[in-house]
Design a protein around this ligand. Structure first.
Ligand SMILES: Nc1ncnc2c1ncn2[C@@H]1O[C@H](COP(=O)(O)OP(=O)(O)O)[C@@H](O)[C@H]1O
Ligand SMILES: Cc1cn([C@H]2C[C@H](O)[C@@H](COP(=O)(O)O)O2)c(=O)[nH]c1=O
Ligand SMILES: [Zn+2]
Length: 283
């Protein structure tokens, strides 16, 4: 049986330090106890291991032999990328923060681009616009996987920073951010809603937290009492998750007013549903 102390010996720093001096020819997948009985290659020296009672063949010896080279499928870029995530309810300043960070990167001489979801047609498709009216040009796309092609492959290679607004609408957010930062060395700044109007996780925004260098949760002001607002209340009776809109449909609220408001809205939705009354806004 494999004991804990034995397992530790496989994972010692010695192995990882040693691995990089190994010849590049043998793949780990080739190392089976069948194909690799005790001294796999007479010209290489096995690491001095304590004798093992594990098996008459030497799969563990094999893993620590000089023939192993753990070459990753794709080499990481010379300068690794970064992922920064900005979340919060509506009207919290997510787009404003994204815009400022992008402007600051640009004035530091870095090449920047902004993507937003083409689902958000509130202010046209060629710019991201804050609720205060500040704006920057952007590319509006149905998904992130089309960005490289649309932006141009050469232009993409030269790009340092990618801003993503309305991230909750992109299904391929996780894969795009991981590849852009890990493989392509990009700094990715993502702004989006962490929760929908029912405070459920929205799209893939929360999925990228484990990939992130930093996460910023912003708050707004409760429209009903002025306290800090963590949530977005929908003021209309529509129940679908995705519903594009601004202050006409949504308001930022504190916990107390979210709970109160939600009770009122749920009651109104139920009554309207039972009476089959068409859309009414409670704004
Ligand atoms: N209830 C509100 N209705 C309309 N605008 C608001 C409201 N609360 C705050 N704002 C404005 O919205 C700005 C933030 O806009 P923006 O950056 O677009 O937010 P987000 O992207 O988080 O929705 C605030 O600086 C404030 O001036
Ligand atoms: C809460 C909530 C919001 N939306 C939509 C409404 C807006 O079009 C965007 C959020 O924009 P902002 O930049 O954060 O102000 O998302 C939605 O579709 N569903 C929701 O539950
Ligand atoms: Zn409140």
């Amino acid at each position: 049986m494999l004991t804990i102390s034995r397992m530790k010996s496989i994972l010692t720093p010695t192995l990882s330090a040693f691995t990089f001096q190994l010849p590049k020819t043998t793949h780990l997948a080739l190392l089976t106890s069948k194909s690799f009985p005790c001294n796999p290659n007479p010209t290489t020296t096995l690491l001095p291991l304590k004798p093992t009672t594990l098996s008459p063949t030497c799969s563990i010896h094999s893993i620590q032999s000089r023939d192993v080279h753990m070459e990753p499928a794709t080499l990481p870029p010379e300068f690794p990328g970064e992922i920064h995530v900005i979340v919060g309810p509506m009207f919290a300043g997510k787009t404003t923060t994204l815009l400022r960070r992008i402007q600051s990167e640009s004035s530091n001489g870095r090449s920047v681009a902004i993507i937003k979801s083409n689902k958000d047609t509130r202010y046209g498709l060629d710019s991201i616009v804050t609720h205060d009216g500040a704006k920057l040009p952007c590319l509006a796309l149905p998904d992130l996987s089309s960005f490289r092609q649309k932006f141009g492959l050469d232009a993409y290679d030269k790009l340092d920073v990618i801003g993503i607004d309305e991230a909750q609408f992109f299904e391929d957010l996780y894969d795009f951010c991981r590849e852009a930062a890990d493989n392509d060395g990009k700094t990715v700044i993502v702004a989006g809603l962490d929760g929908d109007y029912l405070r459920r996780s929205f799209g893939s925004v929360l999925d990228i937290i484990p990939l992130a260098d930093s996460v910023t949760k912003l708050t707004s002001r409760c429209e009903l009492c002025g306290k800090r607002a963590f949530f977005t209340l929908r003021k209309t009776e529509e129940a679908q998750t995705e519903l594009i809109g601004g202050a006409d449909v949504y308001m930022p609220v504190c916990r107390k007013h979210y709970v109160n408001g939600q009770v009122v809205m749920e009651a109104a939705r139920t009554v309207l549903e039972s009476q089959n009354i068409p859309c009414v806004s409670y704004a």
